[in-house]
Design a binder for this molecule. Structure first.
Ligand code: EPU
Length: 425
């Protein structure tokens, strides 16, 4: 990457990764064909297709449409290497258990953001009658041969993944399930709306109390995935840091409220255009917005924290961001420092003191959003940067090099590495 250019142009946001992945897994609950439209084409989506194929589903990927036809008798186990391919492999747990009466899974993979236990998923399923055995070689065997039963479950923390697991489990369980303390992230709402479109009886969608009346089966449906708010935040923070003016389309203003507020505090202008577009403009010289912290929706999203930090590396003054969700959100700080930034991490807080310029460097993406944050830093840096470990970034962005090249950034994906990765798929 050659940094130092302002970004101009317009860009349409793809469908959300964290929405399409649970919806693809939930398709296993349906007796007919599910068509998902506006799906992003990411390496995690391909990993999800491999799991669907493995359990016997027929999957067709055509542009941004995915058609999934589950078999009458899906398989009930996912091999460890497929489980490890991403965090979202865990989303198959509830659909397999509900549909086949058992599920055999290993520990899921995904970004190393600190400990990511799955106790709330398992405890909730146990409350619904699942018998759970931890396997000696790692992983779990869950059984519910006579079906899952509705239950009242209170989550000790509004976990996105646990809410989604229990929501999927409850749709075809016997009786009523009430989930207290559920997550309210837009992607959870999207999953609930997908399930409703397939015949699920869910009330309280978008609130922290979900009530689900189990039905005998779900049927095939067509559903458009909601826009990716984190990709939108990535573009907004890139423009903020580099300077320029970009029109974003296919966005939802409410989903981006906290990011927009922080950017306005830092000196950017954000002009909404109708319901689903906005223009962001920045001089590229920001003022540090002080301290803020991430939290569950509708607070500032954890996934956007490294991206916001990247935009503020050259801001005037000091910033500090505390991530309240994950223990190790800011592994990208090391890469920031290699580019000449003044950044330090203490516990869950990243502190920044703005520097006048960043310089190009050779850095490694530590995880998905940390990797994207390094791309944002390199777009602002004088000279050449090389970013390795881009397979992390490919899990969440269709093609980050193309995304920023079309806005005037000088980003080239090294073909050899890309080919190697494609082959590994
Ligand atoms: N947690 C537990 N026990 C559980 C589940 C979660 O202790 O059983 C803890 C986690 O360790 C963490 C916190 O609860 O400290 C939040 O975890 P949550 O379950 O809400 O997150 P997730 O479902 O694992 C999803 C997104 C993440 C996003 C978080 C928070 C997907 C596939 N992943 O993860 O997205 O950061 O919610 O909003 O939906 C990303 O896209 O890069 C990404 C990491």
């Amino acid at each position: 990457m050659e940094g130092g250019r302002k970004l101009f142009g317009s860009v349409r946001m793809p469908g959300a990764k964290n929405s399409v992945l649970p919806i693809m897994a939930a398709a296993v609950l349906c007796t007919g064909t599910v068509t998902i439209t506006d799906a992003p084409v990411l390496s995690d989506v391909r990993a999800c297709i491999r799991i669907l194929n493995r359990i016997g589903c027929t999957v067709m990927l055509c542009g941004t449409n995915i058609r999934i036809t589950p078999p009458e008798h899906p398989g009930s186990s996912i091999p460890p290497e497929l489980m490890r391919s991403m965090r979202s492999s865990l989303f198959f747990l509830a659909p397999l258990l509900a549909r086949t009466g058992q599920a055999e899974i290993g520990m899921p993979g995904g970004c190393r953001l600190g400990a990511r236990p799955i106790d709330m998923h398992l405890e909730g399923l146990a409350r619904m009658g699942a018998e759970i055995t931890e396997k000696q070689e790692g992983g779990w065997m869950l059984k519910a041969p006579h079906g899952l039963k509705g239950a009242h479950i209170t989550l000790r923390f509004p976990s996105v993944g646990a809410t989604e697991t229990l929501l999927m489990a409850a749709c075809t369980a016997y009786g009523t399930t009430v989930l207290h303390g559920a997550a309210r992230e837009p992607e959870v709402t999207d999953l609930a709306q997908f399930l409703q479109s397939a015949g699920a009886q869910i009330s309280g969608v978008g609130t922290s109390e979900l009530c689900i009346e189990g039905t005998e089966f779900l049927f095939g449906t067509q559903f458009a995935v909601c826009p990716d708010r984190i990709t939108a935040a990535t573009v907004m923070f890139a423009v903020a840091g580099c300077g320029g003016e970009v029109l974003l389309t296919n966005i939802r203003h409410a989903d981006l409220h906290c990011c927009a507020q922080l950017l306005e505090r830092a000196g950017c202008s954000i002009a909404p255009l109708g319901k689903s577009a906005a223009v962001i403009a920045s001089s590229g010289r920001l003022r540090a917005p002080g301290s803020w912290q991430t939290g569950v929706y509708p607070a500032f999203p954890t996934d956007a924290a490294p991206l916001a930090a990247a935009a503020l590396l050259r801001a005037q003054g000091e910033s500090a961001v505390l991530d309240s969700i994950f223990e190790n959100r800011f592994a990208c700080a090391e890469g920031f420092c290699r580019m000449g930034a003044q950044a330090s991490v203490c516990s869950r807080t990243l502190r920044l003191r703005g520097v006048p310029e960043l310089c190009g460097a050779h850095v490694t993406a530590p995880d998905l959003r940390g990797g994207a944050a390094l791309v944002l830093a390199a777009l602002q840096a004088q000279g050449t940067s090389v970013i390795t470990g881009t397979e992390h970034i490919d899990r969440g962005y269709e093609n980050i090099a193309v995304l920023f090249s079309q806005l005037g950034g000088a980003v080239t994906a090294a073909e050899k590495q890309r080919e190697g990765f494609e082959m590994a798929q």
